[in-house]
Design a protein around this ligand. Structure first.
Ligand SMILES: [Zn+2]
Ligand SMILES: [Zn+2]
Length: 244
């Protein structure tokens, strides 16, 4: 199994990075984690076959994690996709998806797709399986609008991938990511504490409790990107592949 960072940027395109989107592939799985506004061109740039993707997991409804779905769905429609697709995310996802489709492409939410499309709302700490992918969402803390906010603990092919999503420090990140084979954690700032986001210093203070086997930092603002050469941690870059 492998995970490729299709995009690892923040909402502001810091460092010229694409919005958040990770692509996981293996013998029996092919799914995305998040699909931000710029994710379709990012997928195409990496030559990723969109029609092989079975599942998209969404962490929250901010545009840099969610607003790529209308483009992905229209691309699927126009490229005559037939393979069913599941989109799963926080409570309210069905309404939010219809709203963003209508805002960007009027009447597109009413178009009947040629492929089976299921939109599934996930509840915190309730494990769901989608084919060979087992997903447990954990509630995280990321402000007043754009939620509910979910971190994910994902089990597939004998491995555990955890993703913090966007969040300030919250204890739920410990069960979400404990002993994970790969923990992708937001490190928005270096040591400055910013509301609704995680700093590397705060994350660092809790790493001993989380004990990830591998840690990759993502969603970095300029404050972090300016220090990339000096950090003692693996940092994501667009196109980077992690073998699991
Ligand atoms: Zn974000
Ligand atoms: Zn966000």
């Amino acid at each position: 199994m492998q995970l490729q960072f299709v995009g690892c940027g923040d909402a502001f395109g810091s460092g010229g990075r694409y919005n958040t989107c990770f692509h996981v592939t293996g013998e029996s799985v092919n799914f995305l984690i998040d699909c931000g506004a710029t994710s379709l061109p990012a997928l195409k740039r990496l030559d990723i076959a969109r029609d092989a993707i079975d599942l998209v997991l969404i962490t929250h409804f901010h545009g840099d994690h969610f607003a790529g779905l209308p483009f992905l769905l229209l691309d699927a429609q126009f490229s005559r996709r037939t393979r069913p697709l599941v989109i799963a995310g926080p409570e309210g996802i069905e309404t939010r998806l219809a709203q963003v489709m209508e805002a960007l492409f009027e009447n597109s939410s009413k178009t009947k797709q040629r492929f089976g499309l299921s939109v599934v709302a996930l509840s915190p700490e309730q494990t769901r399986s989608f084919g060979a992918v087992k997903v447990t969402p954990f509630p995280v803390v990321h402000g007043e609008s754009g939620g509910p906010f979910l971190a994910y603990r994902i089990e597939a092919e004998g491995r555990v991938i955890a993703y913090s999503a966007d969040t300030e420090w919250t204890q739920t990140l410990i069960p979400a990511a404990r002993d994970a084979d790969l923990f992708i954690a937001e490190a928005y700032t270096y040591d400055k504490v910013v509301k609704n986001h995680l700093s590397l210093a705060t994350l660092e203070a809790h790493l001993a409790e989380i004990r990830p086997k591998r840690l990759v930092l993502t969603h970095m603002s300029d404050d972090m990107l300016e220090r990339l050469d000096t950090l003692a941690y693996t940092t994501a870059s667009d196109g980077m592949v992690v073998e699991l």
